[in-house]
Design a protein around this ligand. Structure first.
Ligand code: E4P
Length: 216
């Protein structure tokens, strides 16, 4: 499973980029709203200058014609832009039309396998099932990832499953084991995924013994 960073903060992108594990970025209007009025276009271009991979920018239009127009505009910002479109009737039409024009689509706000099937048949590059938000309403978000992966594999579909709304390290591990092609994670998850008390204790013990052995 590849990892994308789920943020609109250029500082967070730069900090995470140094680890060499992030191969794309996902943004959405809520993440952009935290950035205090920054231009969306400039921010996407700044991010694309740091991470050489798919950078998702999300449409806010509600009608298919407007979504297609907006998608063309977002896609013109940088060759690596992938346009996020929410899955509903207008969105599905827009996905099909954008795909025919060669615009790459990340279908967002997926909560059922049928939505994933439709988005995939319409030509979406990425399917984004939301794990945490399903868990929030007492459904099993990771089970949705499992089903979407099975759908793509058994039906020989081209779309990649992008596990979104991952909230904690267990989500990341379970999404990876379920076969998600990509997981998008908030920056705070990287240190959480790294941390283990036995690693810290082990480093300290090796340092102490290195001193005893005269290495330090
Ligand atoms: C990414 O594509 C999604 O917009 C994001 O992961 C949603 O996460 P949230 O449910 O924590 O807001």
């Amino acid at each position: 499973m590849r990892l994308f960073l789920d943020t609109a903060s250029i500082d967070e992108v730069r900090r995470a980029a140094r680890f060499g594990v992030i191969s794309g970025v996902t943004t959405n209007p809520s993440l952009l709203a935290k950035e205090g009025g920054v231009s969306y276009r400039e921010r996407i271009q700044e991010i694309a200058a740091v991470i050489d991979g798919p950078i998702s920018a999300e449409c806010v239009s509600r009608k298919a014609d407007d979504l297609v127009r907006e998608a063309r505009e977002l896609a013109s910002w940088h060759p690596n832009v992938v346009v996020k479109i929410p899955i509903d009737e207008e969105g599905l039409e827009a996905i099909a039309r954008c795909t025919r024009e060669g615009i790459k689509i990340n279908t967002t706000l997926i909560f059922t396998t049928n939505q994933a099937l439709l988005a995939s048949l319409a030509g979406a590059t990425f399917l984004s099932p939301f794990v945490g938000r399903l868990d929030d309403v007492s459904y099993d978000g990771i089970e949705l990832i499992r089903q979407c992966v099975e759908l793509v594999e058994t039906q020989g579909l081209k779309a990649q499953v992008l596990a979104a709304s991952l909230r904690h390290p267990l989500h990341v591990m379970q999404a990876a084991l379920a076969g998600a092609h990509v997981g998008t994670i908030p920056p705070s998850l990287i240190p959480q995924m790294l941390k283990h008390p036995l690693t810290d204790l082990g480093i300290q013990r090796f340092l102490d013994d290195a001193k005893t052995a005269g290495l330090l």
